[in-house]
Design a protein. Structure first.
Length: 180
């Protein structure tokens, strides 16, 4: 095995993880994408905590994975150093969930827990977010489609449009659902 650094050269407070499995606590072992190693242990710890809290809160959890990108040529002030636009997205999405819960008088409360990473792609020159939402699986069981008004997919698009302060048609192609 090659001598691998234990700390990130970009931030000495970050511990690096190279293994194919991660164990945040006794008895819990999770596979990780070793192809993207090294990973940052503190981020893995935080992600495991988000999952643990979602499971404790909801019992059944729906996990949605997607990417949010900025429209071509769109400039958001300080976007590369700030999560302000993503915070606006989460707030808008949670507002939609709250309104839907009240409208259908659902007994299943649902507030989106999330894991997100901001990334700049030098190839395309565009900033984007990798997002994982964890929702109450008793309240929601599927992402749905773009064609069905009121689906989680359309709510994500609407929340991203709201966060960017653009029309839905502009935000629509900026939401990409991944297969992993």
């Amino acid at each position: 095995m090659i001598n691998q650094p234990k700390r990130s050269p970009l931030n000495r407070n970050h511990t690096l993880h190279y293994e194919s499995h991660y164990s945040p606590e006794e008895g819990a072992v999770f596979p990780v994408m070793k192809a993207h190693a090294p990973l940052i242990t503190q981020y893995l710890d935080r992600a495991a905590l988000v999952f643990k809290h979602a499971i404790l809160d909801y019992g059944r959890v729906l996990v949605l994975r997607f990417d949010l990108s900025f429209p071509a040529g769109f400039i958001w002030p300080d976007a590369e150093r700030s999560n302000a636009v993503f915070d606006r997205f989460i707030n808008a999405f949670n507002s939609q969930l709250e309104f839907a819960q009240l409208r259908r008088n659902s007994p299943h409360r649902c507030r989106a827990r999330h894991i997100a990473a901001r990334e700049f792609c030098p190839k395309s020159g565009r900033l984007h977010f990798h997002v994982m939402l964890l929702l109450n699986g008793h309240a929601y069981y599927t992402l749905g489609t773009k064609d069905h008004e009121g689906s989680l997919f359309t709510r994500i698009i609407q929340a991203w449009a709201s966060a960017l302060r653009v029309p839905r048609e502009v935000a629509d192609p900026c939401v990409h659902v991944t297969n992993r």
